[in-house]
Write a protein that binds this ligand. Structure first.
Ligand code: ZN
Length: 228
C-alpha cells in the first residue's frame, strides 16, 4: 500500500478536509469555515467581532444574530464571487432556517447541500479506534478499520509504539457531539433535512447524499461525479 492508498483510509473526521480540498481544487472556490470567521472578526476588532468576543469571554454561545451577519460578510468578499464552500454552520435546524432566510434576502441562496451519511456507531468507532504512531503522526492506524489495522500494539507502517489521543477516547464528549449531530428533529441532521425538504418540494437548492463508509478516494470520486 503506498502513501496515497494509506491516506485513503484515514478516519472520518479527517476525511471531510480531503473532500473540501478536492472541491476547492476543482472549482477554485474558497473553503469558508465558521470558526475561522469568528477568529478573524475578533482579531480584526470588527463591530461584530467585539460583540462575539463579549459572549465568548462570558462562556456563552454567540447568538445567530451575530454569527449569521459575520458569515454573510465573509461570503460577500471578492474571493467568493464564483462560489464558496461553507463548513461548520449551520449546526441546528433553527440556524438553517435563519441562514436560508438571510442568504435569500441577500440574493445569494445556497446551490447545493451535501450530506455524508455515516452510521452513528461506525462514526464513534472510527474516532475511538484511531491510534497515533509515536514516531510519525502520518502513519495511519485504526483498530476498527481493517485496511489500516495496527499490528497488535505496534504501528502497521514502522512498528513503533502506538498511543491514543485523549479526546478520541472521551466517549461522553463524543456522545454529546453526536447527540447534536444525529438529532433529526432540531439538530444538525435536522438542519440538513430542512434543505432536503426544500429540494424535494422543487426548491432551488440541490440535495446530495453520499455514503461515507468507503475510503477518501471512493467518496471523493462519488462526490465529484454527483456534482456534474
Ligand atoms: Zn509508525
Amino acid at each position: 500500500m503506498d502513501n496515497e492508498d494509506l491516506e485513503n483510509y484515514v478516519a472520518q473526521e479527517g476525511q471531510i478536509v480531503h473532500y473540501l480540498a478536492a472541491l476547492k481544487d476543482k472549482y477554485k472556490i474558497p473553503h469558508i469555515e465558521s470558526g475561522a470567521i469568528f477568529r478573524d472578526n475578533i482579531q480584526n476588532g470588527t463591530e461584530l467581532g467585539s460583540k462575539a468576543k463579549a459572549y465568548i469571554d462570558r462562556g456563552d454561545l454567540v447568538p445567530d444574530e451575530i454569527t449569521i451577519p459575520m458569515i454573510l460578510d465573509r461570503l460577500k468578499q471578492a474571493d467568493c464571487k464564483n462560489g464558496w464552500l461553507l463548513d461548520g454552520f449551520p449546526r441546528n435546524r433553527n440556524q438553517a432556517v435563519k441562514l436560508d432566510e438571510s442568504l435569500q434576502a441577500a440574493g445569494m441562496a445556497l446551490d447545493i447541500v451535501v450530506e455524508i451519511v455515516l452510521d452513528r456507531d461506525i462514526a464513534k468507532k472510527r474516532i475511538m479506534g484511531r491510534r497515533l504512531c509515536v514516531k510519525d503522526n502520518n502513519h495511519p492506524n485504526n483498530i476498527f478499520i481493517d485496511a489500516i489495522k495496527p499490528d497488535g500494539n505496534s504501528c502497521r507502517v514502522c512498528g513503533a509504539d502506538l498511543k491514543t489521543r485523549s479526546d478520541d477516547q472521551d466517549e461522553d464528549a463524543i456522545n454529546k457531539r453526536h447527540e447534536i449531530y444525529y438529532d433529526t428533529t432540531v439538530g444538525t441532521l435536522a438542519a440538513a433535512y430542512y434543505f432536503r425538504d426544500i429540494a424535494a418540494a422543487g426548491g432551488s437548492v440541490k440535495y446530495l447524499t453520499l455514503n461515507g463508509e468507503p475510503g477518501v478516494k471512493e467518496v471523493t470520486a462519488e462526490l465529484l461525479a454527483k456534482l456534474k
